[in-house]
Design a protein around this ligand. Structure first.
Ligand code: ZN
Length: 274
């Protein structure tokens, strides 16, 4: 049994959840709403530049849960794979600059590259950047994505596959992200969460809507879909996870709504449905 959430001390919001807000408005409105933590998408660092963005975040007092996202390792040629490594090193520099302890990896996939080959390129890519990450004091988390994204976003689609790479590379700076949206359907999820144990570095929530009208941007507010989020939270907590509960919602519907009202709904849904 999981204990209900009674306060907002573990609530983290991804900047992409309130996509219409630039970084300064995310900061201002999260702080005003009593949201203590943020996961920063890299695009939000661009308008003000890295140094200014880092200062804004530090001055805000918000806890930085993670930088999103690194990854996209597979490519059709050597130059493409090398460019991916460069971009991941840049992400590690950005994470270190803003004080993010973790980078979430969306590992990548390319139509035409067989999935086993893509998975090998992913493991090789992570192995290549891990020393740079650990030298910077930044952890990396492999986020398995729902299989509907295995064509072009991630060849890592189950927690088992993610943990296989974590075990293969055997480095304490590498772990996994459990996102309920990507993993709720997996009949072996509880077993694989137990296996992942203290390599679970982060936990993402939203909900699965029926019907889902867009494969990427029709994710639901917690409680509006069919995922038993408290059950999955209980599993990650049984495995030892005590970190932030990160609200990550890509939604054309919610992005078109009033974001302040949406933030209020997120807080209610967090208490009632997480
Ligand atoms: Zn996620």
């Amino acid at each position: 049994m999981t204990s209900p959430l009674t306060d907002f001390s573990r609530l983290c919001i991804h900047t992409i959840t309130t996509k219409p807000w630039p970084l300064e408005e995310c900061i201002e409105n999260y702080v005003k709403a009593g949201v203590p933590a943020v996961s920063v998408w890299r695009q939000w660092l661009e308008p003000n530049g890295l140094d200014t963005s880092a200062r804004m975040l530090k001055d805000s007092g918000l806890r930085i849960t993670s930088l999103v996202r690194g990854g996209f390792f597979p490519a059709k040629d050597e130059a493409g794979r090398a460019a991916a490594l460069d971009d991941n090193r840049k992400a590690i520099d950005e994470a270190a600059a803003i004080g993010a302890p973790l980078i979430v990896l969306v590992c990548g996939a390319v139509p035409g590259i067989p999935l086993p080959e893509a998975r090998k390129q992913i493991a090789d890519g992570i192995a290549a950047v891990l020393p740079y990450a650990s030298a910077a004091g930044v952890k990396l988390a492999i986020e398995p994505l729902h299989p509907m994204y295995s064509d072009c976003r991630s060849a890592i689609n189950t927690l088992e596959q993610a943990s296989d790479i974590v075990e293969q590379l055997g480095d304490g700076h590498l772990g996994v992200t459990v996102d309920v949206y990507h993993l709720w359907w997996d009949p072996y999820l509880r077993r694989d969460i137990q296996r992942a144990g203290d390599t679970i570095f982060s936990f993402h929530v939203c909900d699965w809507l029926t019907p889902t009208n867009d494969m990427l941007n029709d994710r639901g507010l917690m409680g509006d879909g069919c995922i038993d989020i408290p059950e999955i939270r209980a599993w990650v907590e049984e495995a030892g996870f005590t970190g932030d509960i990160e609200v990550e919602i890509f939604s054309n519907t919610w992005w078109a709504a009033d974001q302040t009202a949406f933030l209020d709904k997120i807080k209610t849904a967090y208490i009632e449905h997480c």
